[in-house]
Design a protein around this ligand. Sequence first.
Ligand code: AMP
Length: 584
Amino acid sequence: MTESRLNSFPRFAQTADAIGATTKKLEKIRILADYLRSLTVEDASIAAIFFTGRAFPRWEERVLSVGGSILWSAVERIANPEAGHADKTYLKHGDLGDMANELLQNHRAADHAPSHTDHLSLQKLAATFNNLAGLRGSGAKLVAIEELLRRAQPLEAKYIIKIATGDLRIGLRESLVEEAIARAFAKPPEDVRRANMLVGDIAATLQLAAAGDLSDAHIRLFHPIGFMLASPVDTPAEALEYFPEGALVEDKFDGIRAQAHKSGRTSKLFSRTLDEIVEFPELYAPLAALQGEFILDGEIIAWRDNRPLPFTELQKRLGRKQPDMWLLQDIPARFIVFDLLYADGELLLDRPLAERRKRLHVLLGGAANSEPNVPPPIAAHFRPPSSSPSPTIQLATTQPFTTVEQFEGAFLDSRQRGHEGIMLKDSASPYKPGQRGRYWLKLKRPLATLDVVVTSVEYGHGKRRGLLSDYTFAARADDGRLVNIGKAYSGLTDAEIQQYTDYFLKHTVKDFGSWRTVEPAVVLEVAFNNIQRSSRHESGYALRFPRIVRIRTDKSPDQIDTLDRVREIFVKQDSTDGSKHAGE
Ligand code: AMP
């Protein structure tokens, strides 16, 4: 095989198919290891990322944002199937990638398509994903993805689509990719796992393994590591289910996550994308004034007149490396610290959170034997510990709470003081770089809830295959018509989904195969994070991250919310929550 063939994407796709064809874990690892070993380190790094089912490394916030409908349209535009055939094919597989593979193969067999001689390489595909992530608007994305898929063989299209949807579905978890790297480069799996935890980047881990430098993967000052992330919960009661013995509760600050590194007189801040943050020079000196060498985790927020400013204010400081005096005074930044990852040569990731917090308290100027977790009076929440060197760097207050009422109280209190909600953390938990797990939970108030009516329903994927589980819903426009404002797939129990599948099958208006319009009769109460303008829906608006709170059997469709109410919330959100956090 020639060099260009080795790094071709068809070969990636064949390898992925072979991995998917066996259920044996060791066999999967062997196939992947052989493949990785056959590539240059640069190509193997890209392949490793793709094999984790991602277009970009795990720590990156960047996403392709190419939804199922764009992929579907692109495939239809290329394969041009007879009416209804795409729906049938999709239902057969329950997977867009497999649907594309079959439709494009049929199309190819019918000899409509050119045969390709130039193979898409891993590097070319990575570059195309880069471009795609930067495009704005679904129209532009559709054009780009169609062009990409036209250049691809059916089997390649299958895996491009699977990567775009975030799951290869070949039974390969990231831990198996780590094991394959260990095998490919004859390194102990434990070393690869540890390195990947520290660097939070499977591509970088592979490079270290290839160079025999896994032991270099210790935390290095001024080399940021992945951030530990939180999983969302919708209610205090749900949080208690995860933490029946209680949790450490902190405010959820609405700012910019930052990791501070400090050694000698130098201090630097890094963002979640592991890039340096350079816009808040007023934080450097107070950080450098703290004792010793360390890595802190926290949130930069804007703070004025004893209150946090909305994120939209802080945003005004982004992109300005040298803010003028006016900006510094008008939008002063603070760094609220909630974790300590490393101090004076000691890696603290595996220590329990409660211990890390104690050390953090001392580092920020509290007395070693005072208790950092006792809740202070509310008014004192954001005062630094009295001996803290600067009000600019502050310790986040943590309170050990054990009941739903306490969680609820902390949540309302936090909102009242201008924060986003609360974070609940397991006091015994290690710090897991780059991972979103259940050790940290976030509870944010939904912006509002709306009562809406279901207008069309769609079959789900995976476990929900064959069930009508995805609901498009509408509000009522000024002229009385129903206009769609979003689509929700979460919030109902399996029993409810089954029950409503039966219901919708009987109340279908028109069957389009994978989806059907239904009689507008079922009223839902939906929660959501914010509202965006949308050209996709006739209403002009789309709810972001909608989830079904409950089915309002007590309401009829003539009692649902109006488009006016949607507009009202849309306008209001900018003065309260803002509409940021695209990645959350
Ligand atoms: P996620 O990024 O999905 O884990 O959402 C949590 C985000 O909330 C983090 O990225 C942080 O920027 C932010 N955050 C705000 N307050 C806290 C806190 N007390 N602990 C951890 N993260 C926090």
